[in-house]
Write a protein that binds this ligand. Structure first.
Ligand code: ATP
Ligand code: MG
Length: 586
């Protein structure tokens, strides 16, 4: 039997954590004191890219490797802070030459590669509001986002432009400039576009960063679309402090670290932690430009001497599926901290880390809206597998219920309610683009309501129950999909599990499960009944699924999140709604 808590010895930690004493650090924490870890602009004000790049480029870390890009075809390219400073200044100068003013919206539609980093960071230096887009989006989701975000400039590759954007161009009158580069370093000759590398070559190495302030808009992120149409969440330059503090305390980044965030910068995790946080802390960030491959990922951890790794449950599940044998062919002596975000991390996955990597996986929780990590299992804390951890220093969380009159009831330990965060914190979003009322509804007094249901235990650890839309009410019980899915995943045949509530005239709702199987297991009546029996034994008849379907795979967003709403719509014969972020649409 596995213990409910993973305690850590000093030897397990390998390095003194930045946040060694949880309670004392929380009491002593002050955003103002932490802000002294940033520089501020020379003339006053705050700019994310200045903090992430320029201050290091002009300081003792100028020769330190900022980015190590693992490019296609086994090419490897290292860019120092000094070089990144010059290249992003060139990009910012180029924007100014085109007449782009501070505040203009710059969309970045790039596969992972240096141009993406130059676009995001150079755009921020120029004072643009940067909106990263996922490169695998088709024309329709691109058009919706470019229209809603009123994109004025687009940075993309020739191939992506030809395939996805060229035909939309005349429907996007606000899009004034398109900057193109060829991913194979070929020439760019496309009508109505600019050649990025030619313009970069002509631009100067020095740029005076736009005088942005903590409350100036910086990034526009579209949510994952797990629960409905993606929302455009607008962030500010002040988020630099949230990224800095969370990189330090939640990811425990130290100056000598080699950090790898596996998320694509088309999503908020890939921007906040794949671009900004590691640079804000002056560490080396590894960027893998290729797609997931279990063998290669293990090789990257080993060969690149990754010390801190930030990934997601979907990737961990794929590694688990690939088998322990493959994992054991690699050694990771440098790896000392592994964290995960984006979806609930089932206890099975935490234990897999412990057994296969020799390190447990630290779950943490946040959203596009919060801009950075809010709850975390940190390096020094004992881990309770299945829990998202505790609020970080500077963050106050609560479990609440909104009353009819809009006021909040604060719920006690072990009671399920909505996870709320006390505002403000520096990285919080400032608007849902074009949806003011929806934005306002996220707040009640001093509190931001997340839309996720959770409970807190007596030790202050938070446990995810489900999205408020996904929680099932059956015969008076509130059933969280996460609990049922975690039980199903304990069965050796199950690779993925998702559960939904199905309307039922007597019970209100009944639980229906969908699973996909690991390699070597075949669907059939015997396995079907065995899985239902396993769930009943683990969960009891009131909570266990009454029905179960075995599918070849489950619908996910392109960022790897289970789309329960789609399973539900299909089950009930309802319209599928917005599927712009669906992976492998059929
Ligand atoms: P949309 O808002 O468009 O439906 P989304 O909520 O999936 O999409 P994101 O902002 O990318 O978009 O994801 C944040 C959500 O992901 C959280 O609200 C939560 O439901 C889920 N999540 C993130 N981290 C965790 C975690 N550690 N455990 C459980 N759920 C998590
Ligand atoms: Mg959301």
């Amino acid at each position: 039997m596995r213990p409910a808590i993973i305690e850590k010895t000093p030897a397990d930690l390998r390095q003194t954590p930045n946040w060694p004493d949880t309670a004392a650090a929380r009491a002593a924490f002050s955003w103002q004191v932490e802000a002294t870890g940033l520089s501020g602009l020379p003339g006053g004000g705050l700019n994310l890219a200045f903090e992430a790049v320029d201050r290091h480029a002009a300081g003792p870390r100028r020769s330190h490797v900022a980015l190590r890009l693992l490019e296609r075809g086994e090419r490897r390219r290292e860019v120092s802070y000094g070089e990144l400073g010059r290249l992003t200044s060139r990009f910012a100068n180029l924007l100014t030459t085109l007449g782009i003013k501070s505040g203009a919206r710059l969309f970045v539609l790039c596969n992972r590669g240096l141009e993406l980093y130059l676009g995001v960071l150079g755009g921020l230096k120029a004072g643009c509001v940067v909106a990263p887009l996922f490169a695998a989006f088709g024309p329709e989701p691109l058009e919706t986002r470019l229209r809603l975000g009123e994109g004025e400039v687009l940075l993309t590759s020739t191939a992506l432009y030809r395939r996805k954007v060229a035909a939309l161009r005349e429907r996007l009158p606000r899009l004034r400039h398109v900057l193109l580069y060829d991913e194979d370093n070929g020439a760019v000759q496309v009508a109505d576009t600019h050649d990025l590398h030619r313009l970069l070559g002509e631009a100067a190495d020095e740029f005076e960063v736009a005088p942005t302030r903590a409350d100036s808009p910086s990034l526009l992120h579209f949510t994952s679309g797990t629960t409905g149409t993606p929302k455009g969440a607008l962030h500010v330059h002040g988020a630099a402090l949230t990224h800095y503090v969370t990189g330090k305390y939640a990811l425990d980044l130290h100056p000598g670290d080699v950090f790898w965030c596996t998320a694509d910068p088309g999503w908020v995790t890939g921007t906040s932690y794949g671009i900004l946080a590691p640079l804000l802390l002056g560490v080396t960030s590894v960027v893998d430009c290729a797609e997931f491959d279990a063998e290669r990922w293990y090789a990257i951890l080993e060969r690149e001497r990754i010390s801190v790794w930030y990934t997601a449950p979907t990737a961990i599940r794929l590694l688990m599926k690939a088998g322990a044998e493959l994992a054991r062919r690699h050694r990771h002596p440098n790896l000392r901290f592994v964290a995960s975000v984006g979806e609930p991390l089932n206890p099975e996955a935490v234990w897999w880390g412990q057994e296969v990597l020799g390190l447990p996986i630290h779950d943490n929780w946040w959203q596009t809206e919060t801009g950075g990590i809010m709850l975390a299992n940190t390096a020094a804390m004992p881990i309770k597998p299945g829990s998202m951890g505790r609020p970080l220093p500077g963050i106050e969380a609560a479990i609440v219920q909104r009353r009819e009159d809009g006021a909040l009831d604060f719920l006690g330990d072990e009671v399920i309610g909505e996870l709320a965060l006390k505002q403000p914190w520096p990285g919080m979003f400032r608007a849902y683009l074009g949806q003011d009322e929806r934005y306002r509804r996220c707040f009640a007094g001093d509190w931001y309501l997340s839309g996720d249901l959770a409970r807190r235990d007596a030790d202050g650890y938070y446990w995810f129950v489900g999205r408020s839309d996904d929680v099932i009410k059956s015969a008076g019980h509130l059933i969280g999909p996460f609990e049922v899915e975690s039980a199903l995943l304990e069965h050796p045949a199950v690779a993925e599990a998702a559960v939904i509530g199905k309307p039922d005239p007597i019970l209100g709702e009944t639980v229906k499960a969908f699973v996909s199987l690991k390699g070597g297991f075949a669907a059939g009546a015997a396995l079907h009944d065995e899985l239902l029996g396993h769930a009943r034994k683990r969960l009891g008849a009131a909570v266990a699924p009454k029905e179960l379907d075995i599918l070849a795979s489950l619908p996910r967003t392109r960022s790897g999140k289970l789309m329960r709403r789609l399973l539900k719509a299909r089950e009930l014969g309802l319209p599928e709604g917005d599927t712009s972020t669906l992976e492998n649409p059929t």
